[in-house]
Design a protein around this ligand. Structure first.
Ligand SMILES: [Zn+2]
Length: 381
């Protein structure tokens, strides 16, 4: 039993180098979401680690993505388990390590996926190990779910995440924390993706210009209307991030499409924005509009249960001499699904770092022990 904050933090400090080494081992196995073989390679390494810690391993097999990994640690107490949630896929294609080798510099560890979120997986392990050492057993059963397709929308893992969340008392998501001080995330926007397709009529730009109906001109008019639906005060944004259209410069284009990213802070805005998009009418009546898509992730709204979990975390961090802030962010995670089901969810419990999805992705090594101690504290209450 280790029952005072100072010794508990020291326990985690003593395991810092071990954590860094394991993060390096994971980062050095590249795992882009779209490469099943590569993702299965890193999950095999992670599973063997968890197995060595006494966890019960279960792979949820998938054909098109890497397998998802569930690990259970039992407790003699009969309370509902805690769910630790994360992913081991990254946005970096195979070969990225050549340009972005995993290395340390000025107290930081660099490499593809180090911050989002292989360090978070090492923190889960360190916390599980610590909470058992501090208490002599698990005060609450712990389930770990690591998925392989988070960076591409979690289509194959969502149902597993939701089933496990419904059985759990709390969900702790070890995605990157926010800012240089490592704030947790207590709210995330919901995300939708729509495609607006315009069909016009093709004609020769020289011989038959007036017989054509330009899908591109129509799409441009629609994009202007879509941009007016943005309401920053409500946290509602629409971004036309991609457009395609036309075939040749001398042809009046018959087709054009726009891909629209929609972010909402409140669930009730989802229906409203969909209604407005579906109500778009062509300016040129000879063109046709077709809308497809919908909401992918509901928003994680800061409910009372989430605020209470945050308060708990603040208390634990304070014992370790650290002021824990909270943040609300525009990006989504699998925490959106679990919070959407009403399960108390705290996100951003992963590493402190910067540059997710970019060439300077890195974590602050010195903060690993206290992040592990915080997570272990949350597993123990
Ligand atoms: Zn992530």
């Amino acid at each position: 039993m280790i029952d005072n904050a100072k010794d508990r933090l020291r326990y985690c400090e003593e395991r810092k180098d071990q954590m860094v080494q394991f993060i390096r081992d994971m980062v050095e196995i590249e795992s882009p979401s779209d490469n099943k073989q590569a993702v299965d390679h890193v999950s095999a390494l992670i599973a063997s680690r968890f197995e060595g810690m006494g966890g019960r391993i279960r792979f949820h097999r998938t054909a098109n993505f890497g397998d998802h990994l569930q690990v259970d640690f039992e407790s003699s107490r009969r309370e509902k388990p805690v769910l630790l949630l994360g992913h081991y896929d990254t946005v970096y294609p195979l070969g990225t390590l050549k340009q972005m080798p995993c290395h340390t510099k000025n107290g930081r560890l660099y490499g593809p996926g180090v911050y989002d979120m292989k360090a978070g997986i090492a923190l889960m392990m360190a916390a599980i190990d610590a909470v058992r050492a501090w208490h002599g057993e698990f005060p609450r059963a712990v389930t770990v779910l690591l998925v392989s397709d988070e960076e591409v929308g979690s289509k194959s893992s969502r149902v597993i995440t939701e089933i496990l969340a419904k059985k759990s008392a709390d969900v702790f998501v070890c995605e990157p924390s926010y800012g240089p001080k490592g704030a947790v995330k207590t709210a995330r926007k919901g995300i939708g993706e729509y495609q607006l397709k315009v069909t016009g009529k093709a004609s020769h730009a020289g011989l038959d210009f007036e017989k054509g109906e330009s899908a591109i001109v129509e799409l441009a008019a629609q994009i202007a209307k879509i941009s007016k639906l943005v309401d920053l005060k409500r946290g509602l944004t629409l971004n036309v991030g991609m457009i395609q259209g036309g075939t040749r410069v001398n042809v009046v284009p018959a087709e054009a499409t726009a891909n629209i990213d929609v972010r909402i802070a409140r669930l009730k805005d989802a229906k409203d924005i969909e209604k407005k998009l579906r109500a778009l009418k062509p300016v040129n009546r000879k063109c046709k509009l077709q809308l497809s898509g919908g909401l992918n992730r509901p928003p994680m709204e800061r409910t009372k249960a989430i605020a209470d979990l945050y308060k708990k975390a603040v208390g634990i961090a304070k014992d370790f001499g650290w002021k824990l802030d909270e943040a609300s962010v525009g990006g989504g995670s699998d925490g959106n699904f679990t919070a959407g089901l009403g399960i108390p969810t705290l996100d951003g419990l992963g590493a402190v770092g910067e540059g997710a999805h970019s060439t300077h992705e890195s974590i602050d090594i010195s903060t690993l022990p206290r992040k592990a101690a915080l997570l272990a504290g949350l597993l123990g209450v």
